[in-house]
Ligand binder design. Structure first.
Ligand code: CP
Ligand code: NVA
Length: 307
């Protein structure tokens, strides 16, 4: 049974603030144990199905390793196998998979497919990225901020780039937790209004949408960026590279942030586009700690959600 208030993690809005506290408390407890190879197997004889319709380094490896560290097996399934919604209905896939496995992690394009899977599955469904949201990433990011800055409360987090799945999940996190969020994008690439509205209706959201990078980054505690062309938008990459150039996270832009600001990027990074080598490899960067925390936070999520 789930030890959180939700059975599934489709977006961060599925969680309560207490759920986030619980995930982070479990992460803090398990992280040193896992690093020292002494974490007990809490989930032996369980199986996690990992469905991928897009490429992945971090999400795939961290979920498969996390499952193994809990004593569970993982299955890597691509779109060639189950043909979700094509070979058979999403609902039938959910019903059948629920008879075989103890959890489903899915990365796909259409967010509504994950919602439909979750609606019918009797085992937890975890969103490993859709075009709309990437909840596990931003939970790991918030955890990283807490580790490095001692808490996210009252901090100013500035996301500079495309109003994409990463921006959306930051907006969802800001609806739940007490920090100031600035999303700074080119005018035609702002986050979806429906995501902002849903987050506003959830709680007290301190969100500013900006189109002026230097102004946005002023006094930031956290500067965050992501690719300008997400998976599935490769054909737009060249056009976007021109439009997004003023939004590059480089030393000049970072000089507007606080001296002790940290820089995060969900990765993969396109060095020389949305972020420069100097910033990625510079003293403010925490991007590899952030990547490692995908493993620790997701292991906590599996630990709490899987029966
Ligand atoms: N950040 C992230 O989700 O990386 P992958 O696409 O490699 O999984
Ligand atoms: N916005 C990016 C995130 C990759 C982790 C994408 O969807 O491709």
């Amino acid at each position: 049974m789930s030890k959180l208030s939700t059975q599934h993690l489709v977006t961060i809005l599925d969680l309560s603030r207490e759920d986030v506290d619980r995930i982070f408390a479990t992460t803090r407890e398990q992280k040193p144990q896992a690093r020292e190879h002494r974490l007990a197997h809490s989930h032996p004889n369980r199986t996690l199905a990992c469905i991928f319709h897009k490429p992945s380094l971090r999400t795939r490896i961290s979920f498969e390793v996390a499952a193994g560290q809990l004593g569970a097996k993982s299955l890597y399934i691509t779109d060639k196998e189950i043909g979700l919604g094509q070979r058979e209905s999403i609902e039938d896939v959910a019903r059948v998979l629920s008879r075989f496995v103890d959890g489903i992690m899915i990365r796909t394009f259409d967010h509504s497919h994950v919602e439909r899977l979750a609606a019918e599955a009797t085992v937890p469904v975890i969103n490993g990225l859709t075009d709309l949201a990437h909840p596990c990433q931003i939970l790991a990011d918030v955890f990283t901020v807490e580790e490095h800055l001692g808490g996210i409360e009252g901090r100013k987090v500035v996301y500079v780039g495309d109003g994409n799945n990463i921006a959306h999940s930051w907006i969802n996190a800001a609806a739940l937790l007490d920090f100031r969020l600035v999303i700074c994008t080119p005018r035609d690439y702002a986050p979806e209004a429906s995501v902002v509205e849903a987050a506003r209706s959830k709680g007290s959201l301190d969100l500013t949408i900006s189109h002026e990078p230097a102004e946005a980054v002023r006094d930031a505690d956290v500067v965050y960026t992501d690719v300008w062309a997400s998976m599935g938008q490769e054909a737009e990459a060249e056009e976007r590279a021109k439009i997004f150039q003023p939004f590059q996270v480089n030393d000049a832009l970072l000089s507007h942030a606080k001296d002790e600001a940290i820089v995060l990027h969900c990765l993969p990074a396109h060095r020389g586009l949305e972020i420069t080598d100097e910033v990625m490899d510079g003293v403010h960067s925490r991007v590899y700690d952030e990547a490692e925390n995908r493993l620790h936070v997701q292991r906590a999520i599996l630990h709490l959600l899987m029966p």
